[in-house]
Write a protein that binds this ligand. Sequence first.
Ligand SMILES: C[S@@+](CC[C@H](N)C(=O)[O-])C[C@H]1O[C@@H](n2cnc3c(N)ncnc32)[C@H](O)[C@@H]1O
Length: 298
Amino acid sequence: MRPFLKWAGGKTKLLPELALRLPREMRTYAEPFCGGGALFFALAEDRKHHRRTFERAILADRNEELVVTYNAIKTSVGDVVDALRPYVYDRDLFYETRKRDPKTLSAVERAARLIFLNRTCFNGLWRVNSKGEFNVPFGRYKNPTICDEETLRAASEALQHATIVHADFSEVTRDLGGGSAVDFVYFDPPYAPVSDTADFTAYAAGGFGFEEQERLAGELASLRDRGAMGMLSNADTPEMRVLYKDFGMHVVNAPRAINSDPTKRGAAAELLVTTWDEPGRIVEPQRSPASSAVHDGA
Ligand SMILES: C[S@@+](CC[C@H](N)C(=O)[O-])C[C@H]1O[C@@H](n2cnc3c(N)ncnc32)[C@H](O)[C@@H]1O
């Protein structure tokens, strides 16, 4: 069970760091910025092998095409596979498919369209213009796999335990917490830019600016007040360290795969903010297995 899409900010490389912080037993696992859902699929694999449990998963994203695709994979994976089979790696077919208005298609056709575009566009990016139309150009690949049936079927199996909604992050977290059961939320928002040129805000029409980052920090605080567990990833920038100064933080190094500038694809420091670690404490990456540098304050 693994992501069936390449997604900007995908967390596959950071999975060991994230997974070790997941509780063994959860009532709810929620991922309100689902994207490729790397942590959800890793958790579903754990659940299958009885290493971890959750009663229900809630996945959300503001990208409607993505949510339609997840739901089609959940309910009709065989039809999605059939709809994907005729697609081939071809520039003209790419631009024809890109031009088709998804609103005129069935859910299964929308899913096949998104998967085809994701597999064959430049860098697997999802970017839309001001009218909400997908506008990433054709990508160069040797022989891209367009229909990975095994991964799609495994994803469908994982999604049987999930509710997938087209919603803003705040809508799916507001009822969590309370009681003795564990509700766990992993937030992986579009990142705050690390430089003037880096722009990780263009995932969906509307973007995710600093005001949104502040709204999200408020949501994490209110989850903590309600007794739920929250973990959040973001770029390790001075602004983020200040924004989350009342939380515990871990600095982790993650290889960054998607950047339109290949010279900027090296390792990037990320912050993992948690609701359960000591507020104001920042744990730096371990230099040797025996030591871990810790300091206080932002
Ligand atoms: C960094 S990506 C998530 C990557 C994901 N964790 C993975 O492993 O692939 C951020 C996602 O948040 C979604 N998003 C942006 N603003 C949102 C909002 N206000 N509420 C919910 N989702 C949002 C984007 O559409 C995008 O799919």
